[in-house]
Design a protein around this ligand. Structure first.
Ligand code: ZN
Ligand code: ZN
Length: 172
């Protein structure tokens, strides 16, 4: 949805709260698609704060399905997003705006705003549990379900040497 903010800029003290349904089915990041498992309406209050600026305040919640970094099992990652942004239409010209800008032609693109808010909160690391054992790199079995019997120690000799160093290090 697009919320036109030019009428907010031209009307002193204008403030209005919008309830915006979010239609996106997936969140895209660097070519990966993460499906939404749940998402709320976006509640967004737009206020004229003077000097051709509007303030955006709002709240949105969702649960994203993100694969575990080790075993690839789906992890439900909740996001509780409090929007708190100023949009300055006096300084920002269209050509200066970055790719992830959610302001287009004096309108707020709410999908782009949500993408922006998820991006700045997206976890660096996602694990199904802290001690996830991951997958066997030989047969692909989920090692949380038990051993597969593969000999994962037969690395090339240089790696084996490094492993020995780690082993000795641990024993100290
Ligand atoms: Zn895992
Ligand atoms: Zn295996």
């Amino acid at each position: 949805m697009f919320i036109n903010i030019s009428e907010f800029i031209s009307t002193p003290l204008k403030t209005e709260t919008f309830k915006v349904p979010v239609d996106m089915q997936v969140y895209e990041l660097n070519g990966d698609c993460f499906p939404f498992r749940e998402k709320s309406e976006l509640i967004l209050t737009v206020s004229n704060i003077g000097n051709r600026k509007v303030h955006l305040e709002g709240h949105w919640e969702c649960i994203l399905a993100v694969p575990c970094d080790r075993c690839l099992k789906e992890v439900a990652v909740p996001f509780h997003i409090d929007v708190d942004e100023d949009v300055d239409l006096s300084a920002e010209r269209q050509e200066d705006m970055s790719d992830d800008s959610y302001v287009e032609d004096s309108s707020i693109n709410t999908d782009a705003l949500i993408n922006h808010e998820i991006l700045i909160r997206f976890p660096m690391k996602t694990l199904c549990k802290d001690n996830c054992k991951g997958m066997c790199f030989k047969c692909g079995k989920d090692l949380n379900d038990g051993e597969c019997g593969c000999d994962r120690a037969s690395l090339d000799p240089r790696m084996a040497a490094i492993q020995d160093i780690f082993k000795n290090f641990k024993e100290v």
